[in-house]
Design a binder for this molecule. Structure first.
Ligand code: IPD
Length: 275
């Protein structure tokens, strides 16, 4: 596994560390999946599950990151919260697409991003400067660092460049509470008639990476958590995407995240919000 000087913020080394750790954790959850899945808890609702593999993956990731960079902080979906002193906080989703993992659908990922404080970059006040997303079922490793472009298994990727909403393939996702799903269903009735089609793949990190690789033309979702989008948003931006929030004054993030070609993103936002 790569190691890096704890106080060095070289984005390329951070991306290499994120990728190494994501692959190690991904291989572990893949191995655990073969033995069956045990659901250990539910979170925001009965259908929002946590598996033993989520917890083990997060433990492994936190240990590996802090072994390499002991002064960094970590924020993880399953509760990891380590305050650092270096200025870097790792934002970690140990399994993004837990429901797919539960059903053994091949669209779950490990997502790891190195972030710095920046209120203008995302609604949670952080900017990812390096990140990696690994799908252990397909062996796809996406990575990016700020200013360095995005890659899929080492080869550069770019967004599709689609500029017309009517022929755009748009991905989205849904939260786990009834109230949130009612709003999301209403938004879907506005946008579905205006686009080529909608995809709901089940892992926001993977959606953003597939969009970055030109396999989808746009992506939006309401209610994502920082770990769902931190690495994927960087990978999409470095592949040429523009990302916006609810309106001109808000950064993309939990309230709303729209990502598309710079010439398409405003049309997408208007279609979803019905402005
Ligand atoms: C979920 C997935 C899903 C998205 C949900 C997320 P989880 O994350 O990313 O695609 O639509 O909003 O909560 O629960 O599988 O880590």
């Amino acid at each position: 596994m790569s190691s890096a000087n704890s106080n060095a913020h070289d984005p390329q080394s951070l991306a290499r560390l994120a990728a190494d750790v994501a692959v190690t954790a991904g291989e572990r959850i893949f191995e655990l999946r073969a033995r069956g899945v045990s659901v250990s808890a539910s979170k925001s609702s009965e259908v929002d599950i946590v598996t033993e593999a989520d917890r083990e993956s997060e433990r492994l990731i936190v240990e590996a990151l802090l072994a390499a960079r002991p002064d960094d902080g970590v924020l993880g979906e399953e509760g990891a919260g380590v305050e650092g002193t270096s200025g870097i906080t790792w934002v970690v989703d140990p399994i993004d697409g837990t429901v797919n993992y539960f059903y053994d659908l091949p669209a779950y990922t490990v997502s790891i991003a190195a972030t710095v404080p920046d209120a203008s970059a995302s609604a949670d006040g952080r900017r990812a400067i390096a990140g990696a997303v690994f799908n252990p079922r397909t062996g796809e490793l996406f990575d990016a660092w700020e200013g360095g472009g995005s890659r899929l298994n080492g080869s550069p990727i770019t967004i599709s460049g689609k500029r017309e909403l009517a022929t755009a393939l748009v991905a989205t996702g849904f939260g786990y509470t009834v109230e949130r799903r009612i709003e999301q269903a209403e938004a879907l009735t506005r946008v579905l008639p205006l686009v080529r089609d909608i995809r709901r793949i089940g892992s926001a990190a993977y959606d953003l990476c597939n969009f970055a690789a030109g396999r989808l033309d746009a992506y939006y979702e309401r209610g994502l958590q920082p770990w769902d989008f931190a690495a994927g948003l960087l990978i999409a931006r470095e592949a040429g995407a523009a990302a916006v929030g609810r309106d001109e004054d808000t950064a993309p993030g939990t309230p709303f995240l729209f990502a598309a070609d710079p010439a398409l993103v405003e049309q997408l936002r208007s279609a979803v919000l019905g402005d």
